[in-house]
Design a protein around this ligand. Structure first.
Ligand code: DMJ
Length: 631
């Protein structure tokens, strides 16, 4: 394994290099050291040398006599300069230095109506015009959701997903109308009554029949999207004295009854397994279950069911769902791990992990997410001691920092690599977009959903929490740069990072003006974008916790790219085949999570922070909010 980088507060204090200028000393030494300059100096004739000397003299003279008015670029530079640079400039040396200073790189050019917020990342948010701007942007997200829904409704109502280019529906998730259920609570939160009414009446009239008739579904996907969506709709429509966000639609008990019927069938994955680890697939119509063809379940899949099953037990009064779900976590606690890190496969037949592949991307990701979220959900209940979940989470995050976190070359982006052949093998500098859930989870785990300001004031943050929060901020930046490094401003499914041990040329994202164009490598097979939510999810959580407006700005840039390149005129948004090409070829699929997660997180990011507060709601991995205080 290549040496991993121990992550601590010490080695992450670097400034935003985008706004850094080079010192005179660096300019001269770096220039002299470049081979071109050296070659030229060697071949320089005496005449050329005298000529250069004259130009030098003239420049000095001009500098000593120029008036003291600031130039435009001085003015721009001022906003980011050090105090020293604000002193009156009288010294020739300093003027000479100014002549050589590289112009600072400025944020992208903005339309006049955007300027007010773009040029001031540290500005106070309570200026009324700033909040107005964000409201307008939030409305744009709402419009995008309406456009996505209208395409789905026109061409694919009742199918799992829309193929927006072909204008057809497709059942990629077993045929439970997954988009309808995944989208419903987003429509409730956005106050889109018409969509709520269309979606909920489809659910009321068709979903139970589908559940009774359909065949094979994946336990995890059905739980997080369909069960999660129903439970959230139950709460948001007033179930158990929950919120009454939805003015339209059926009584909340309708959602609860359907949820119970579905979960009763899903339980067969647990009850037919010889161990506490559930099978991956369920046949809905006869409530049978079986393992995947290779006999294995994904670690993330078996450990990402508990928020939903616990909440269902709480509102139904029947403990069986929670009991089965929590047995999995209790069992995972007993298994051997590497510094809290776990392989991505587990066998329901033996109950043991299978293979040694460790990663926080696909098949590993939400194991780590649910450790902390389930603890947050249960920590105040009287039902038992769940500290073990917090301990497992903290150990795992220490393992991530010690074993997986590295910095790229040359611009030092912090990323999370993989151990494809286990802890004794090499570290692959590969990071799935899926890993971008991690910064949000780290920030949530640090402050438990409170703002950093409040948590600090109340003395609630340990050194480790602060360290995790810093890593969260660094990783959020990396995830954002995975977008801005491409020609389309949209991230690829997978990125590799240039390190001292790994580089491949000719595989950049296409945005040559990105500072990170040499740090991020995008292989041909990884250039697609599925409209995934993880980065905007982390932007939302980081914004809520740090209150730093840059996270909103980044979210807006990403949203604009989605609008520009993924929108399909006739309705819907499409995943893309290649984010490094303009225009990017469309893949013809609108994933359910674009409505369930991506647009919901963007909407919440631009909106009032009192909506769905993170210390009162826990979002399941598909962005369905569940109240933390269970009845
Ligand atoms: C979603 O279904 C969930 O967020 C899951 O945890 C990971 N994959 C997709 C979104 O990318």
């Amino acid at each position: 394994m290549s040496k991993s980088l121990p992550y601590s507060m010490k080695d992450v204090h670097y400034d935003n290099a985008k706004f850094r200028h080079r010192s005179l000393f660096k300019v001269i030494t770096q220039t002299l050291l470049t081979s071109n300059m050296r070659r030229e100096c060697v071949s320089c004739s005496t005449g050329k040398f005298l000529g250069l000397l004259m130009i030098f003299g003239l420049a000095c003279l001009m500098l000593t006599h120029t008036n003291k008015a600031h130039s435009v670029s001085d003015g721009l530079a001022k906003g980011i300069a050090t105090n020293e640079e604000h002193k009156e400039v009288t010294d020739i040396g300093i003027r000479f230095k100014k002549l050589f200073r590289r112009a600072p790189r400025l944020p992208p050019r903005l339309s006049p109506d955007e300027k007010i917020i773009h040029h001031n990342f540290t500005g106070k948010l309570n200026e009324p015009n700033v909040e107005e701007q964000w409201k307008a942007r939030q409305q744009n997200v709402k419009d995008a959701f309406t456009h996505a829904w209208s395409g789905y409704k026109k061409f694919a109502m009742g199918y799992d997903e829309l193929m927006p280019v072909s204008r057809l529906g497709v059942d990629g998730l077993g045929g439970l109308g997954a988009t309808v259920v995944d989208a419903l609570d987003t429509a409730m939160i956005m106050g889109l009554d018409d969509v709520v009414s269309e979606a909920s009446s489809w659910i009321e009239s068709h979903l139970l029949d589908r559940i009774r008739q359909k065949g094979q579904v994946n336990l995890f996907e059905t739980t997080i999207r369909v069960l999660g969506g129903l439970l959230s709709a139950y709460h948001l429509s007033g179930g158990d004295q929950g919120m009454t966000l939805a003015q339209k639609g059926p009584k909340p008990t309708i959602y609860l009854d359907i949820a119970k019927n579905l979960a009763d069938r899903l339980l067969s994955a647990f009850t037919s397994s010889p161990t506490t680890i559930p099978f991956s697939d369920v046949v809905l119509r006869d409530s049978s279950a079986h393992s995947a063809p290779d006999g294995l379940s994904s670690t993330s899949e078996v450990s990402t069911l508990q928020l939903e099953f616990n909440y269902l037990s709480a509102i139904s009064g029947d403990p069986k769902y929670s009991t089965e779900g929590m047995k999995v976590l209790a069992h995972l606690k007993t298994l051997p791990k590497t510094e809290g890190l776990v392989p991505i496969y587990i066998s329901p037949h033996s109950g043991e992990f299978s293979g040694e592949n460790i990663r926080l991307g696909s098949r590993g990701d939400s194991y780590y997410e649910y450790l902390i979220k389930v603890w947050l959900q249960l920590r105040d209940t009287q039902d038992g001691n769940f500290t073990y979940l917090h301990d497992m989470y903290e150990e795992a995050m220490r393992g991530v920092k010690h074993m997986l976190v590295q910095k790229s070359t040359p611009s030092e982006l912090v990323f999370v690599g993989e151990l494809p052949v286990g802890p004794k093998g090499y570290l692959s500098p590969k990071m799935d977009h899926l890993v971008c859930f991690l910064p949000g989870t780290l920030a949530l785990g640090a402050t438990k959903g409170l703002t950093k300001e409040k948590a600090m004031k109340d003395n609630l943050l340990t050194f480790e929490d602060l360290d995790n929060l810093k890593l969260a901020e660094d990783l959020t930046k990396t995830c954002f740069e995975m977008y801005s490094v491409t020609s389309t401003g949209l991230a690829p499914e997978i990125a590799y990072f240039h390190t001292k041990d790994y580089f491949e040329s000719g595989l950049d994202g296409g945005n040559k003006s990105s500072e990170y164009v040499n740090d991020i490598i995008i292989k041909h097979a990884d250039r697609h974008n599925l409209l995934r939510p993880e980065t905007v999810e982390s932007l939302f959580v980081l914004y809520r916790i740090t209150q730093d407006p840059k996270y909103r700005e980044w979210g807006w840039q990403i949203f604009e790219s989605f609008e520009k390149y993924t929108k399909v005129e006739s309705g819907g948004y499409s995943s893309l085949d290649d984010v490094t090409t303009v225009p990017p070829p469309k893949r013809d699929k609108m994933e359910t999570f674009f409505l369930g997660e991506t647009l919901k997180y963007l909407y919440l990011l631009f909106g009032d922070s009192s909506v769905m507060p993170l210390d009162k709601f826990v979002f399941n991995t598909e962005a369905h909010p569940l109240p933390i205080k269970s009845p």
